[in-house]
Design a protein around this ligand. Sequence first.
Ligand code: ATP
Ligand code: MG
Length: 591
Amino acid sequence: MDGRRTTLEPTANLSDYAEACPRFRWADARAELAGLPGGAGLNIAYEALDRHLSDPAVADKVALRWLGRSGTSTFSYRDLAALTSRFAGVLTELGVAPGERVFTLLGRVPGLYVAVLGALKARCVVSPLFSAFGPEPVAERMRLGEASVLVTTPALYRRTVAPIRDRLPALRHVLLVAPDGDQPVGGDEGIDLAARLAEVSPDFTIGPTAPDDPALLHFTSGTTGRPKGALHVHEAVVAHYATARFALDLRPEDVFWCTADPGWVTGTSYGIVAPLVVGATMVSDSGEFDSRRWYRVLDEQRVNVWYTAPTAIRMLMRHGPGEAARHDLSALRLIASVGEPLNPEAVRWGADVLGRPIHDNWWQTETGAIMISNLLAAEIRPGSMGRPLPGVEAALLEQGPDGRARVDDQGRVRVLDGPAQGELALRPGWPSMFRGYLHDPERSAACFAGGWYLSGDVARRDEDGWYWFVGRADDVIKSAGHLVGPFEVESALMAHPAVAEVGVIGTPDPVAGELVKAFVTLRAGIEPTEDLRTELLGFGRRALGAVAPKQIVFDDALPHTRSGKVMRRLLRARELGLPEGDLSTLEVNPR
Ligand code: ATP
Ligand code: MG
């Protein structure tokens, strides 16, 4: 990173990238885990919890520090191991068999961690849903996933599930978690989980679990279309563990905070599994985004490693540096971000305002774990996603006219060498690769060609091997012979002090093919005047030249997915007057 932190970190978990890459084998990471006793396989929950019980340094330390509305609760590794065993016992008593699907519809409450890890102990397939979803997206996902069991709160049950319950014939049991205390729940709506947990034994023997047994069902964010259910297996834990150590530099002595909702893959892979497998203390904040509260959490909890998203960082940036200055953020060693492009502006803002640059990394629901990352002990090139982690073989494939990798009639693709731009692809073989989209073999098969997994994203690689996000293959704009990545244009405009957020799309033009158009949200208190528009057009032209936006409109309510990503697809649909798709399932969230 130019500027503040040029010293690299010799003590980082991954301090010598060039040396580590050729040497690393996934089998080495697997060997650091225990496996089920007696060679009975590999189970995510065992690695996250029970494995630590024989280590006195970890067994009684705090695994989960939960910040509830009315106070903080802590759970040791031993506590969580017992609670999750009880949960597995409850499922077994209810006759829920391995392989059946257990859905959670919960915010960040202790019951979430108990249910997810407990269901994994029972060898069920777990699907955490986003608790702010309305009835339709919940019904769609639960039907697709054939949910046998749902774990939720009484309030969420009434609001979201009761209206659709008759459309879920496979749903046999609803387990209810009291949100903030011990008040009795249950009755007609479902089973009082706390009462059941108290009745069963805390001893549960996890049955034989093959590394390739299904474990997690994650729905994608739905940025480009209807959400798909990506199926992951127990072996994914090897990647959760290794990537948390490499990309997040996570260590057993760390306090770690992942702000992602458990309804998104980040909130499970790194919000539940990885920190526990590493043996760290995780902070879980039940509240929604609030800049003051977040700074307080970072400060008071002495967070060492913080994993968040560009949308949150943009919101913090919108509030200015004042709040950050009132807090002691010196415990922070690493800040990481994922989910959307992280503008260079945000990387620098982190260094200036939080005292640490922000380390962008790239992965997808389908990859199950971080694949490309800016490492703690490596130079950050602001705007770049970093380099492939050890064990990850990435490539750029020559694109065809539709923007996707060109596949010849023999099923071959062309791998580009050196500095290049193409569809980002990964060599199958990393442990957390999804095993397919549920009930959609055709779509699953279409993700692979010529021995590669095709990500659907377009990236550029520089001469030193750093990867730069260009756009989703469907989002790339073709204007007057140029291929324009929306992210590059958005980042250039983000550098203007008046701009808070930008979404860039191509609009049809008879001469140029497409014209670059930017939708700009201004920072709080800034007036959207004609003068400012003219200034921004000039600002863009100076930074970008021929690929600068020709049109800029001010828009206070850019459409976001529920996970906070700008939905360019929807901006385009609105622009062209096309149907916007099934919004009831996408739950578009104008913020
Ligand atoms: P859907 O597949 O349903 O359209 P989605 O792709 O948004 O939704 P996710 O799997 O949650 O669902 O998101 C992964 C995608 O997010 C990546 O393919 C990429 O487009 C984007 N992304 C993730 N991290 C980064 C990053 N660091 N920089 C740029 N884009 C990123
Ligand atoms: Mg996707």
